[in-house]
Write a protein that binds this ligand. Structure first.
Ligand SMILES: Nc1ncnc2c1ncn2[C@@H]1O[C@H](COP(=O)(O)OP(=O)(O)OP(=O)(O)O)[C@@H](O)[C@H]1O
Ligand SMILES: [Mg+2]
Length: 233
């Protein structure tokens, strides 16, 4: 079983979007097509660790998905038992933007315990980053103060780049990541209005209508999963 955790203490960078869409494109390829209920049988599991369950996407969508889904509220034991679920091979975990600089301290109570349990079960932390300077500092804190001290392997992925804005912001962001010495995914998740609308409707990328734009939107997550070696791990 491989656990991918989408994490960044900067809000709105696309943690939830990337989690559910990576789960969706993976399930689309590896689900058993003869299964009656993908939601119960899929080898793919998406996990929400938002203590309030307030994340836009997760609040709206709890059933009828092409992959399994579960919510872990403040209970680290639940996280440790994820590996006991029979048949689960690929786990994608969403985290909320609540992380402090040192979530492991008792001040942060259960949240810190959940984070510690989660990160020790994580094979790869995926750090979404939007191409904007405002996101740089919180991303640096997440990587330098949360991931590195715990020895968690990670990769940064740029999300929400609008090709119509030109390459300047994208290149500045890529340069920033490289200057920090962080591993950066070649895949860039482009900005599509479809994703924003889908979040409100609780739809995943494999459920979008099959027009050209929707296929491009899906391709980004397929590329990301291929690059992250999902399926081979
Ligand atoms: N590639 C994209 N194209 C278009 N919209 C996007 C893209 N990625 C994210 N969004 C939109 O940006 C908003 C924030 O994304 P999302 O909720 O995934 O971020 P988050 O990191 O999970 O936020 P939070 O920290 O609040 O949990 C949502 O409305 C989502 O639909
Ligand atoms: Mg979220």
């Amino acid at each position: 079983m491989t656990v991918y955790t989408f994490i960044n203490q900067k809000g709105g960078v696309g943690k939830s979007t990337a989690t559910v869409n990576c789960a969706a494109v993976t399930a689309d390829v590896i689900n058993d097509p003869t299964s009656v209920s993908q939601e119960e049988d899929s080898p793919v599991l998406a996990v929400s660790t938002d203590p309030q369950g307030s994340a836009v996407w997760w609040a709206d969508r709890v059933d009828d998905l092409p992959f399994r889904i579960t919510q872990v509220d403040g209970n680290p034991e639940l996280l440790r038992s994820l590996g006991d679920l029979p048949g689960v091979e690929h786990v994608f975990v969403d985290t909320p933007g609540w992380l402090g600089d040192d979530p492991g301290t008792t001040e942060n109570g259960n949240t810190g315990l959940v984070l510690d349990a989660l990160l020790s079960a994580t094979d790869l932390a995926v750090v979404p980053l939007t191409p904007e300077v405002l996101a740089f500092d919180p991303t640096a804190r997440t990587i330098e103060k949360v991931l590195k001290p715990r020895g968690v392997a990670f990769k940064v992925v740029i999300n929400n780049w609008d090709p119509r804005d030109g390459r300047a912001d994208l290149e500045e962001t890529q340069q920033f990541v490289r200057s920090m010495g962080w591993p950066l995914a070649n895949t860039v998740i482009r900005r599509y209005k479809l994703h924003t609308r889908a979040a409100a409707d609780g739809k995943v990328v494999t459920e979008y209508p099959t027009n050209r734009v929707a296929l491009q939107a899906r391709e980004d997550f397929q590329r990301l999963c291929l690059e992250l070696n999902v399926g081979a791990r």
